[in-house]
Write a protein that binds this ligand. Structure first.
Ligand code: GTP
Ligand code: MG
Length: 344
């Protein structure tokens, strides 16, 4: 299967939703670290990327996932901020995504940035599922840490079950008001026609096995053809952030979504005064499951294949812009690549 693996890239999953509905907490649970704790003001101000390999997904999902059913290498999650002032970051995350998770607090329902996220997903035609988060806050909830959601829902009292169902059907109704036919994910047959709602808790990890299973299944079923790329071709990506990294000066936090970037490549990056042509000095990467945004000790790598997050060190990046395209020149015509970046 090695030949196949080489040409299938990781799907990019954007996590979108209203402020405080639990996007970062869900990713925290998935990667088992505590990014939330380190965030200034407890709001996510920048996009971060988290690669979760298939074997980790399969471990978390337990019986729900049989890893031999999949040949996609895993999922790359992009966190986005819910605060109203970060709408460009949300658009950027939405535009990069192959698929998305729309996080909705079951108590709060649809809020302004939930609707904004829905508009982004509609505009970019990104397939998505809804994570109905914080189910553990239903009064009387009896938590069953890390369990699949139908199992833990069945174990609740009748009263708790009907309270939760009422909240879930409100969310399904809101989706319908916005033009999406939706249902509990276990009743959805065709995820292209219907939005699946997955009840979860980022506090108790209930439903997280289901969430990962559905995302993996959705990617495998509907995205596989789009994931078939030439991972050895010249890399293409997007700048998420331009920032100083000690010992490397101005660097780019980027997502590479096509081909490969190598540490001896010449790249073209969109800048304030037009395209910047520069030579990669170093490619720095957090290990899998580490958060690109908070990881302090980066590992230098020779190359990074799509899709993955990478920190790029190179001269002359001071004018580079967040959201700008990155293209590797390698054996391509230099002026053609520059023209492509200029156009984007
Ligand atoms: P922004 O990045 O600011 O948009 O927020 P966010 O969507 O990333 O929310 P975050 O994960 O920071 O969570 C907000 C608050 O809700 C934190 O205090 C979390 O501990 C809490 N929270 C998140 N998920 C759950 C959950 O499933 N259950 C409970 N009880 N609390 C939760
Ligand atoms: Mg957050």
């Amino acid at each position: 299967t090695t030949a196949t693996d080489d040409t299938l890239r990781t799907p990019i999953v954007a996590v979108l939703g209203h402020v405080d509905h639990g996007k970062t907490s869900l990713l925290d649970k998935i990667r088992g670290s505590a990014v939330t704790a380190g965030e200034s003001g407890a709001i996510t101000q920048h996009i971060g990327a988290t690669a979760v390999p298939l074997d980790v997904i399969s471990e978390i999902a337990g019986d729900l996932v049989d890893p031999t059913d999949f040949d996609l290498p895993g999922l790359l999650f992009i966190d986005t901020p819910g605060h109203h002032s970060f709408s460009t970051l949300r658009s950027r995350g939405g535009a990069l995504a192959d698929i998305a998770i729309l996080v909705v607090d079951v108590n709060d329902g649809f809020q302004p940035q939930t609707l904004e996220a829905i508009d982004i997903l509609k505009r970019t035609q990104t397939p998505f599922i809804v994570a109905a988060n914080k189910i553990d806050t239903v009064p009387g909830w009896n938590p069953n840490e890390g369990q699949p959601v139908q199992q833990t829902m069945d174990a609740q009292s009748d009263r708790v079950q009907s309270d939760l169902n009422e909240k879930l059907y409100e969310i399904i109704g809101e989706l319908s008001d916005n033009g999406f036919s939706a249902d509990m994910y276990w009743r959805v047959q065709n995820f292209q026609a219907n939005i699946g709602v997955v009840p979860v808790s980022a506090e108790t990890s209930e439903g997280i096995p289901d969430l990962l299973t559905v995302m993996m299944g959705l990617s495998q079923r509907y995205m596989k053809e789009e994931m078939e790329i030439d991972t050895t071709g010249p890399g293409v990506g997007t700048v998420l952030e331009v920032k100083d990294t000690q010992g490397f000066g101005t660097t780019l936090d980027a997502i590479i979504y096509d081909g490969t970037i190598r540490n001896d490549d010449t790249i073209v990056v969109g800048g304030l005064q037009g395209p910047i042509v520069t030579d990669v000095r170093a490619l720095l990467r957090p290990r899998p499951l580490e958060e690109i945004r908070t990881e302090q000790e980066f590992e230098q790598v020779e190359q990074v294949a799509a899709a993955d997050g990478v920190k790029i060190a190179a001269p002359d990046l001071d004018d580079a812009m967040a959201g700008a395209p990155i293209r590797v020149i390698r054996d391509r015509d230099r002026s053609e690549v520059i023209a492509e970046v200029e156009q984007e």
